[in-house]
Design a protein around this ligand. Structure first.
Ligand SMILES: [Zn+2]
Length: 458
């Protein structure tokens, strides 16, 4: 609250107003609303969500051929008052539908107050591309939620930020880094410190040397890249002395990384759960570390195998409804991630929580008896065994797990035996393992995501 108050005062002092800076003014308005709505009770939030959903459903029925027939086929009248029950009887929207029937799903018209429409593409782990149309209002909402995340974590906006992400151009010149600052949303509202950037393709040893030179307080990157950096630090590379927080995005964060960061001298991880299709989904609570669902923007359901809502402590499939996308209605979309439902948060915010986000079904290992389970990734220090640049495990069948290693020279028998032991601990079962070696970097998705474990068992 105080931070938002400060921002308002500073903007007024520099003569910025709604007429000179409408985006900043709209952003402040949304942030002010969020200050209030985060404390609503879950029941109050749910009522408002269903009222907003009624507007979306009526719009989709009128302008999206796909949703008109979907509601008709399900016997649902979008002009009704929606309840939890009627909402949960809408069939799930699959990624295949969103990909193959995009033209039918798009709305032929969008309310004028939502602004112009643009399209965003998202590439999945199997290379298929989904295109979702979004409005200016969706963009504004994204800015507001991203700013909420800064405010929740009371970031020091004068500090240095470093970014290492896929397809980010190098930004290494101090004058340019200072001029650009942290970028939107922060720079819409205030002056920030510099932000430097490097593409993910940069070699990890070079990244470590670069970070030591830039010495940021905050680093934004992917969990798998952070894991590789931690390996360097644990082997004696210099940890940037000012580094206090790593902000992770884009991939599943494995809990082992948090402990490893803390051991390096109190560096904390703040993770964000987002997707290209709907934007920010859940943000970490500054008090408890649980992930608060961004209920002003979306309805997030976690469903078990029978389609029932999971209870706290249970893990299920994540299903998303974007309440404000009137260009591509994203209604009960099965994003294919799994998450564990969290308890109500001790911070007092009414926004429901997720305790963990667990990635895709294909990131689960399948035991010989058919049970699936999440391998412990990120906690094991494979590089203590040998100089391994990158690794990935592929489960080809119940009896065949391949450990791919990127190394300069193959491992000795002793090293392989030690690694087998560590990998079996992580997998949770004494699987037979085979090693394969390569000198080239292992493939990522187009968006730069990397999966450390993939099961091909159906
Ligand atoms: Zn909380």
């Amino acid at each position: 609250m105080t931070l938002l108050h400060d921002i308002r005062e500073r903007m007024a002092a520099t003569g910025r107003s709604a007429s000179t800076d409408p985006v900043a003014a709209n952003l402040l308005t949304l942030l002010t609303q969020f200050e209030d709505s985060q404390w609503w009770s879950p029941q109050e939030m749910r009522q408002k969500q269903l009222a907003q959903f009624a507007l979306l459903a009526a719009h989709a029925y009128k302008h999206s051929p796909f949703f008109r027939s979907r509601f008709d086929e399900a016997g649902l009248d979008p002009s009704q008052a929606w309840t939890d029950h009627s909402f949960s009887s809408i069939p799930l929207l699959t990624r295949a539908e969103l990909m193959q029937q995009a033209d039918d799903i798009y709305c032929r018209a969008v309310p004028r107050q939502h602004g112009t429409v643009h399209k965003v593409q998202t590439s999945g782990s199997t290379g298929q591309t989904v295109t979702v149309a979004k409005t200016e209002f969706n963009q504004l909402l994204w800015l507001a939620l991203a700013m909420r995340e800064h405010l929740w974590h009371e970031r020091d906006f004068s500090a240095t930020l470093a970014v290492i992400k896929a397809m980010t151009p190098t930004l290494d010149d101090p004058a340019e880094a200072a001029r650009i600052g942290w970028g939107h949303p922060a720079t819409l509202l205030l002056q920030t410190g510099p932000s430097y950037a490097q593409p993910l393709a940069m070699d990890v040893a070079q990244q470590a040397a670069w970070l030591a030179r830039i010495d940021p307080k905050y680093l934004l990157t992917y969990p798998s890249n952070l894991g590789a950096l931690l390996d360097r630090y644990e082997h004696g590379d210099t940890v940037p002395p000012s580094l206090r927080q790593v902000r992770t995005v884009g991939e599943t964060l494995h809990e082992g990384l948090r402990g490893r960061c803390r051991e390096l001298g109190g560096i904390e991880i703040v993770d964000m759960y987002s997707s290209q299709e709907v934007g920010l989904i859940a943000l970490q609570c500054p008090v408890s570390g649980l992930y608060h669902i961004q209920s002003e923007s979306l309805i997030v359901e976690v469903l078990d195998d029978d389609g029932r809502q999971c209870r706290p402590g249970e893990t299920g499939r994540v299903v998303l409804t974007d309440l404000h996308n009137f260009a591509t209605p994203v209604i009960r979309y099965e994003i294919r991630d799994y998450a564990e439902v969290g308890p109500s948060c001790p911070c007092g915010r009414g926004l429901p929580t997720l305790a963990r986000i667990l990635g895709r079904r294909r990131n689960m290992v399948v035991f010989p008896d058919g049970r699936r389970h999440w391998p412990l990734i990120g906690a094991h220090r494979y590089r203590e065994v040998a100089d391994i640049r990158q690794y990935q495990a592929i489960q080809h069948s119940l009896e065949d797990i391949e450990i791919r290693l990127v190394v300069d020279a193959p491992l000795s028998q002793q090293q392989e035996a030690r690694l087998t032991e560590l990998a079996r601990q992580a997998l949770g079962h004494p699987f037979p393992l085979r090693f394969s070696y390569s000198k080239d970097e292992l493939p990522r998705t187009k968006g730069g995501k990397f999966e450390e474990f993939i099961s091909l068992v159906k």
